[in-house]
Design a protein around this ligand. Structure first.
Ligand SMILES: Nc1ncnc2c1ncn2[C@@H]1O[C@H](COP(=O)(O)OP(=O)(O)OP(=O)(O)O)[C@@H](O)[C@H]1O
Ligand SMILES: [Mg+2]
Length: 235
């Protein structure tokens, strides 16, 4: 008999006994466990090469674990069909470390993609995309083709595309790595607001300043393992 699940406490991401390795290389992460509650906010930390991008790729269902179980939105992704995986992915916003924008399209069209996939009307799309691109201070660059944008501008387009659809999970890989401190604060504000609306957020970062200022718990990767460093209590 199926047990009745408590929706309030069911984790949105549940990773159990997972190993990640590429081909025959040694394991990058070994036997990790991670449970993310709905509406939580974590930084993802660890040295370069520790496996942050790999872990985010797995949560985005772009990388299969070599061992263990990954459940996202209560679905065991190891048994999910292609269509089901695509459906799950549409509920996740992702900011890739290397942006992965559609370089031949404008900033506006890149950000509009998730809304067009959803079938939203162009008037509503225009309103939303313009508002968000203004917020990330790209109002003057909206019509520029992405390949002509600076690294920091591309990063903001990637962030806007990831959040425009208010995803249930936001995975952001070094999202403030290419922008100045003022813009970084603004982007963090965006993530915090989204989190207040219910989005579960994971942000990979090397920035000690960001971690100290925002004081969220850390998922810390070290020696192929994972530990949670709780948020410090403010006095
Ligand atoms: N596609 C791949 N094929 C083979 N090895 C890979 C691949 N992607 C990552 N790796 C290896 O996995 C390890 C972890 O890489 P990953 O990119 O996850 O680290 P990271 O913590 O994100 O590092 P950084 O802080 O530099 O972004 C590295 O040793 C890397 O060489
Ligand atoms: Mg990385």
């Amino acid at each position: 008999m199926e047990t009745r699940k408590n929706i309030l406490t069911e984790p949105i991401v549940d990773i159990q006994n997972v190993c990640i390795r590429y081909g025959k290389d040694p394991e990058v992460l070994s036997d990790i466990k991670l449970t993310l509650e709905k509406g939580s906010f974590h930084f993802l930390t660890g040295k370069s090469g520790a496996g942050k991008t790999s872990l985010l790729s797995m949560m985005y269902l772009a990388l299969k674990p070599s061992r263990g179980t990954v459940m996202v939105f209560g679905t065991n992704v190891g048994y999910a069909s292609r269509d089901a995986m695509a459906g799950l992915r549409r509920r996740i916003g992702v900011v890739f470390q290397d942006f992965r924008l559609l370089e031949h399209l404008s900033a506006y069209d890149n950000v509009a993609v998730p809304l067009r996939i959803k079938g939203m009307g162009e008037n509503e799309i225009k309103k939303r995309v313009k508002e968000l691109l203004s917020w990330v201070e790209l109002d003057k660059s909206m019509d520029k083709i992405c390949s002509t944008l600076s690294g920091g501008e591309k990063q903001r387009v990637a962030i806007a595309r990831a959040v425009i659809n208010r995803p249930e999970i936001l995975l952001a890989d070094e999202p403030t790595g290419n922008v100045d401190n003022d813009i970084a604060s603004k982007l963090m504000k965006l993530f915090v607001e989204l989190n207040k609306l219910g989005t579960t957020v994971v942000i990979a970062t090397h920035s000690k300043d960001l971690i100290a200022e925002y004081n969220y718990p850390q998922i810390h990767l070290e020696n192929k393992g994972l530990k949670i460093i709780p948020a410090l209590r403010r006095i």
